[in-house]
Design a protein around this ligand. Structure first.
Ligand code: AMP
Ligand code: MG
Length: 433
């Protein structure tokens, strides 16, 4: 039901987020090639059906021997052992090591039966023998090493039968590597959401067109789609719809195969804001004024297809910065929830503010800041003018300083909470500005 202009509710960021998350559900699982699963969440237990590594193997290039054969060996008094063969990585060998014998071995080769230690080449007289062209049937060992030295034990990484990864685990490069070590070429994961992105506004033009007078390029669809991709979703660009009921209705319906629809613009109180009317006709819609800056107007609704399928819709403000920040606060957690992630919040840090921020009207300010680390402390400085049309300020920011509703002014030296957007750039933005 469309609540209409008079019933606009003023709600907190938390209320808005919890209403959105209440509706959004974890998506189904799918089996996919391993590498495609990077950034997705595991959907089933993964057990190991074998030991990793599968056999004791050498951690060094050297000689596999029995530790008792080299007891007391020194540089001056090496133990001379008979070399009975050689084993390379990847080879299966039936060579055996007994008292007084050695097998030349390469890193990663399975340790021959009977050996309990690998002596690295550099602790033998191999090089001297080569230079002197003396017999290679023998080797002099110059160190006394304890049992197990330079041997990677069977199952020391993962034991047969072990529960290695549980459902809910986010698959990062290390998890992908571990799954590969278990021979998993495909993996069951929660599928990525398809997120429809629709820009609205008569003044908004597609980026591959010559810019007509009175128009601006559609930056929102691209920043939002890039956010979708960077958080693991799949964007579906639905183009730009004019502020006109027919076109908007058609464009929104093109997004009916999506798991979520994100629109930008048309949710403020402007005269041409037909988005509300269209959304009200297509489903159940609420308009909120969220106590935040930038990004006050926000719409959230449930679009209903003719077959009854319900699609959550987030109507973000049109201002380029507002749309990116409201995406960060409301769409990103929704995408994460759909993907089965449990870490819905971004990490916050405490930083020392380097300049002032005024908070005139009791909203929660998300100020674009560049965070840097100096002498073990985080410092945050605003990225210049904070107008919500200044999109380049988002390029300079690696965090959003959160100025609470009740704080009228933050002064240089005050501590603020900063929601980190990008860790990689801590310390870089500061000097780039
Ligand atoms: P609105 O929320 O529709 O009133 O739009 C607010 C401001 O954002 C206006 O100045 C618009 O021109 C601008 N805007 C809206 N949509 C886009 C877009 N897709 N790309 C860039 N700017 C936009
Ligand atoms: Mg508009």
């Amino acid at each position: 039901m469309w609540l209409g202009r008079t019933a606009l509710a003023m709600i907190s960021v938390e209320e808005a987020l919890s209403k959105i998350l209440d509706f959004v559900k974890v998506l189904e699982k799918e089996e996919k090639p391993l590498l495609d699963c990077l950034g997705q969440v595991l959907a089933e237990d993964v057990y190991s059906f074998f030991d990793v590594p599968p056999q004791d193997n050498s951690a060094m290039d050297g000689y596999a021997v029995q530790s008792k054969s080299i007891a007391g060996a020194t540089y001056e008094h090496p133990r001379i052992l008979r070399v009975v063969g050689e084993v390379a990585a990847g080879c299966v060998s039936d060579l055996k090591v007994g008292t007084g014998t050695a097998v030349r071995i390469m890193t990663g080769a399975f340790v021959p039966h009977g050996a309990d230690v690998v002596v690295p080449f550099e602790d033998t007289d191999e090089v001297d023998r080569k230079q002197a062209s003396t017999s290679r049937d023998e080797i002099g060992v110059r160190v006394d090493l304890p049992d197990g030295s330079n041997i990677r034990r069977r199952g020391e990484d993962i034991a047969k039968g072990e529960l290695v990864l549980k459902p809910g685990r986010l698959l990062c490069p290390a998890e992908i590597g571990v799954l590969a070590s278990l021979g998993k070429s495909t993996v069951p994961v929660i599928r990525r959401p398809l997120v429809g992105i629709l820009a609205t506004g008569n003044e908004v033009s597609e980026i591959d067109q010559h810019l007509p007078p009175g128009k601006i390029y559609n930056s929102n669809s691209y920043s939002l789609a890039a956010q979708v991709i960077s958080y693991g979703g799949v964007p579906k660009l639905l183009g730009v719809a004019r502020d006109e009921v027919g076109q908007l209705t058609t464009a929104i319906r093109h997004g009916f195969d999506c798991d979520m629809l994100v629109t930008s613009g048309g949710v403020s109180l402007g005269d041409y804001d037909v988005v509300k009317q269209v959304l009200a006709a297509e489903g159940d819609i609420s308009f909120w004024t969220v106590r935040m800056k930038p990004g006050k107007p926000l719409a959230f609704g449930i679009l209903e297809r003719s077959d009854g399928k319900k699609i959550p819709h987030l109507g973000l403000p049109g201002n380029p910065v507002s749309s990116m920040i409201t995406f960060e606060l409301f769409a990103r957690p929704a995408i994460f929830k759909m993907m089965g992630r449990s870490d819905l919040a971004k990490p916050n840090i405490t930083a020392v503010m380097e300049d002032s921020v005024e908070n005139g009207d009791g909203r929660r300010i998300f100020a674009r800041v560049a965070v840097s680390k100096r002498n073990g402390k985080y410092y945050a400085s605003t990225t210049g003018p904070q107008g919500s049309g200044i999109l380049t300020s988002m390029m300079k920011a690696n965090g959003l300083a959160i100025i609470p509703e009740t704080t009228k002014r933050v002064k240089p030296g005050n501590h603020v909470e900063v929601m980190m957007l990008a860790w990689d750039s801590v310390g870089i933005c500061e000097k780039d500005r």
